[in-house]
Design a binder for this molecule. Structure first.
Ligand SMILES: [Fe+2]
Length: 284
């Protein structure tokens, strides 16, 4: 049976999960024993794909104590070296692999199923870590995230207050340093966490190798609509002309008026962000 959103969120009903997604409400539950990713993704399977050269360099980052490790420490002949990665992991590194769905057909099917239910862009990644630190410093994500612990254990601490509906250019919020966590749990294999976008979090590894899967939900926003418009106008000379270099004040005023008229027309013609199909995959 293929992986599906219902299998991942069970015993929660898919409709209940979609309510949590819609309202961006955090939810956590201990393993129901169903292990939906069994036989699909664990460190052995990921390492095998790395060994086969199937995971591109662009889909992988390595961190030590939450700081990036230069590629030269884990590439050989221009490709990722699984044995070098394993050595780094032995010394307390973390491997962040995203997106993985282009390389695992079962994950690709799961992404397709979730896209059908949500109309959103979906990608799947994994974080493998050893040592006592997590892979990343205290941060929040712009994506909503389903987290499933697959191997080992990881302590998740979530701090209030969340940043509301974050986008990439959201002014940096004040870090919740020194405040007690609103959530503090050790995730073990099969445990499920839905972490809505904007929630500050920090993870600390358990004593053994830990691997968790992350499913990233990316919903279109008005900000994305505006970015699309910006990309579009950057292709037209009218929007690239240095306005101060245009002849006399009357010529400048005419150019600015023409730009405004063109923008108004373009805005009217922006296609719906929710009626169009989501992109099949996105980068990291
Ligand atoms: Fe995160």
């Amino acid at each position: 049976m293929p992986l599906s959103l219902q299998k991942v969120v069970a015993p929660l009903e898919q409709a209940e999960f979609l309510d949590h997604l819609r309202t961006r409400s955090m939810t956590f539950r201990r393993s129901s024993g169903s292990a939906p990713f069994k036989g699909v993704l664990d460190w052995t399977a990921l390492r095998k794909m790395i060994d086969l050269g199937a995971i591109p360099l662009s889909s992988l980052r390595v961190h030590v104590r939450a700081e990036p490790v230069p590629e030269l420490f884990y590439i050989e002949d221009g490709k990722i070296s699984a044995s070098k990665l394993a050595k780094l992991l032995e010394s307390g590194a973390s491997v962040i692999a995203v997106p993985l769905q282009p390389h695992f057909p079962a994950l690709n099917e799961l992404c397709a199923d979730i896209r059908t239910s949500t109309g959103e862009e979906i990608k799947i990644g994994a974080i493998v870590s050893t040592g006592t630190d997590g892979a990343l410093k205290l941060h929040y994500d712009e994506n909503d995230l389903i987290i499933i612990q697959i191997e080992g254990s990881k302590r998740w601490r979530i701090f209030g207050s969340p940043v509301t509906n974050p986008v990439s250019e959201t002014p940096r919020a004040v870090r919740p340093d020194g405040t007690p966590p609103v959530f503090d749990e050790v995730l073990r294999p099969g445990d499920f966490l839905f972490l809505p976008a904007g929630n500050w979090h920090q993870c600390d590894n358990g004593p053994e190798l830990s691997l968790h899967v992350g499913i990233f939900f990316s919903a279109p926003t008005g900000y994305d609509m505006t970015l699309d418009l910006l990309r579009q106008v950057s292709e037209e000379d009218m929007f690239r002309v240095p306005l101060t270099r245009l002849g006399d004040p009357a010529a400048r005023a005419r150019a600015e008026a023409a730009i405004k008229d063109s923008l108004i027309e373009k805005i009217k013609r922006i296609p719906s962000m929710t009626a169009r199909p989501p992109k099949p995959e996105s980068g990291s």
